[in-house]
Design a protein around this ligand. Structure first.
Ligand SMILES: Cc1ncc(COP(=O)(O)O)c(C=O)c1O
Length: 372
């Protein structure tokens, strides 16, 4: 059991991970190299895609894929309830994010709302598997087919998530991941692109490293978004235990749901029957009418009971000044409401039974004390 407060995430490197990183340091081969190549091969195998391209972050993965798949002035459908980078990399390649509302139960892109925002300039859709819960994959694929849209799945939070028994990393056209330390698996900074389209994979590889085809020869322009070999060595160790870590997250989530689903005013995660959620985050939504305190005060009370909680995300993207200034005011009522109502509580694999009980009891206690 951890000392003091139970944090929202707990990042620890095992002896094997430290040894793998030290081995790379001792070899002196610090840039993308043999570990990177092996990591790509194993990650592609793991998710069931033909290609994986390791990069320096989840944001870099999105930037590269958008650059490869889109043209300036394209409009792209994105959920407003996500991490900034899902949308911020679009203007970076000259495209316009078209913010869509989210489903009130899963907080992932509302396909019908997205459908209404399609124009002749709409080129792509970027659904997010938020918190590790898969979005409506069938709905998105059908919409994309009907309107000839490209699909980039933002799976930064969804290593190990399955839809209809299939790993979401294998679904076309391209999938992007983050290996930030709190994610289901990490490398430090890091990201990955998976795809089974060989041309797209080749473009992504070239964009990752200055479009260099021979030493100091560049038929086109690219970035330096390589993953270091030390990060890849850590990623290889993490990948070996990804399935076990995700299973542990699922077990912890089942415990929390079991103990919280009857707590009035606290809505536990909704998981559709097709989805095997990977629980990067365990996020509940509070009914504001049920309590005499708001969400932020609820979090303070959890903190007083030794339980860390956080909000993903307190402001929908269309209300971020960076987008409001570019795109003007918009109203997306569900995204706005959820930004005021959600809070995430600890679900990471290292939690022991006592800690899980502390987390569940703290939520139930605060709810009971403040119910109106
Ligand atoms: C949904 C989503 N997309 C993209 C990213 C960006 O990943 P990174 O922090 O590795 O750049 C994140 C990171 O939290 C994320 O949650």
């Amino acid at each position: 059991m951890s000392q003091g407060k139970i944090p929202i995430a707990d990042v620890e490197l095992t002896d094997e991970e430290i040894a793998a990183a030290v081995e790379v340091l001792e070899s002196g081969y610090l840039v993308f190299g043999p570990n990177g190549e092996e990591f790509e091969e194993r990650f592609a195998d793991h998710v069931g895609a033909d290609h994986a391209i390791a990069v320096s972050s989840g944001t870099a993965a999105l930037h590269i894929v958008y650059h490869a798949m889109l043209e300036a002035d394209d409009e792209v459908l994105v959920p407003s309830f996500s991490h900034i980078s899902t949308a911020s990399m679009l203007p970076m390649v000259g495209c316009t994010p078209v913010f869509c509302d989210v489903d009130p139960d899963t907080y992932t892109i509302d396909v019908e709302d997205a459908r209404e925002r399609i124009t002749p300039d709409t080129e792509a859709i970027v659904p997010v598997h938020l918190y590790g819960n898969a979005c409506d994959v069938d709905g998105v694929v059908e919409l994309a087919r009907e309107h000839d849209l490209k699909i980039v799945w933002d799976a930064a939070q969804a290593h190990g998530t399955e839809y209809d028994g299939v790993d979401i990393g294998s679904i076309p056209d391209a999938v992007t991941y983050s290996f930030y330390p709190t994610k289901n698996m990490f490398t430090g900074e890091g990201g990955m692109i998976t795809t089974s389209d060989p041309d797209l994979a080749e473009q992504c590889r070239l964009l990752r490293a200055h479009w260099q085809t021979d030493k100091y020869y560049h038929p086109d322009l690219g970035f330096n978004y390589r993953m270091s070999d030390m990060e890849a060595a850590i990623g290889l160790e993490q990948l070996k235990k990804l399935d076990d870590m995700v299973d542990q997250r699922r077990e912890n989530a089942a415990y929390l749901t079991d103990h919280l689903s009857d707590v009035d005013g606290v809505k536990t995660p909704r998981v559709e029957p097709e989805v095997n959620h990977s629980y990067h985050l365990y996020t509940v939504a509070l009914d504001p009418a049920a309590f005499d305190i708001g969400r932020d005060a609820f979090i303070d009370e959890l903190d007083e009971r030794g339980v860390g909680a956080s909000v993903h995300y307190p402001r929908p993207l269309h209300e971020q000044p960076a987008f409001r200034d570019r795109l003007g005011e918009k109203e997306l009522p569900v995204a706005e409401e959820m930004a005021d109502r959600v809070l995430s509580i600890p679900v990471y694999p290292g939690l022991d039974t006592d800690e899980l009980a502390t987390v569940a009891d703290a939520v139930a206690d605060v709810a009971a004390e403040h119910r109106v």
